[in-house]
Design a protein. Structure first.
Length: 265
């Protein structure tokens, strides 16, 4: 099976998967916003890299999109549906369409690699099937194809805690794609990896999501990787967008504005 078939999103024929954020504000403490009126429109494909100093709201932005964090106000429109207003079953159904790749992998360590990948289908199968680990044959076949695509076919029956960091992140990517998402969020997916493995993971993420036309929003500290793999870079400082443009437009002056100071340049 080719990359496009592996990662194809479950959308209506001809429908565009896109994300529009309007006036997004998040306050953990009243009167002290972490996000200050974020406005973004994310294209239906390609990687958008979000850069900025620690504590500026990058991770909060991603967690507001998938509702792991409750927005204080604003709109988060995925295919026209405001995720910020959803509750209960409607929210659970919407979350099925948003894949997530985590900084610390978030695998179930005692489960096998195959079981971790199949957990990407938890929102689609009855609870009893998931409890008994009796997934449909089509899901199992797809999971094997995804493990092959991320270069881990021989590790299907190994426990997740036996893998290296790079291997765990590959499992995380396969699990996210197992959801057949309309949008994929990646929160610092390379920060725990050595430079060579980080490039390999980014190449894999870019290749599989590009083949499917699945848009990616990527939080990343490594500006060089952002320039190399992203179609668009969004710089956030103090909870507000201070740069939004293509990688080639990102200049030292912008980086000083985003991160402050200049000695580190």
């Amino acid at each position: 099976m080719d990359d496009a078939a592996l990662a194809a999103p479950l959308t209506r024929p001809g429908a565009e998967a896109g994300l529009v954020i309007r006036g997004l504000v998040k306050e953990y403490v009243p009167g002290q916003p972490v996000l200050r009126g974020i406005d973004l429109a994310i294209a239906p494909d390609g990687i958008t890299a979000v850069i900025g100093p620690s504590g500026t709201g990058k991770s909060t932005l991603l967690r507001c999109i998938n509702r792991l964090v409750e927005p204080t106000r604003g709109e988060i429109l995925l295919d026209g549906t405001d995720l910020a207003r959803l509750r209960g079953r409607s929210l659970r159904l919407a979350r099925r369409r948003i894949g997530m790749v985590f900084q610390e992998y978030n695998l179930v360590e005692r489960l096998t690699v195959m079981e971790n990948v199949l957990s990407g289908r938890l929102g689609y199968v009855p609870l009893w099937r998931a409890w008994l680990r009796r997934y449909p044959d089509a899901d199992i076949a797809r999971a094997f194809d995804l493990l092959d695509a991320v270069g881990l076919p021989e590790h299907a029956t190994r426990r997740a805690d036996a893998l290296s960091g790079g291997q765990r992140q590959r499992v995380g990517i396969a699990r996210a794609l197992m959801q057949q998402p309309a949008l994929l969020l990646a929160d610092e997916p390379t920060s725990s990896l050595d430079p060579k493995t980080a490039v390999e993971v980014m190449e894999l993420l870019a290749r599989l999501t590009a083949a499917a036309g699945v848009p990616v929003i990527l939080n990343i500290h490594n500006v060089d990787l952002a320039r190399r793999f992203a179609r668009r870079i969004v710089g956030i400082s103090g909870g507000a967008v201070v740069f939004d443009g293509p990688p080639e437009a990102l200049e030292p002056g912008h980086l000083r504005q985003i991160y402050g100071g200049e000695d580190w340049l």
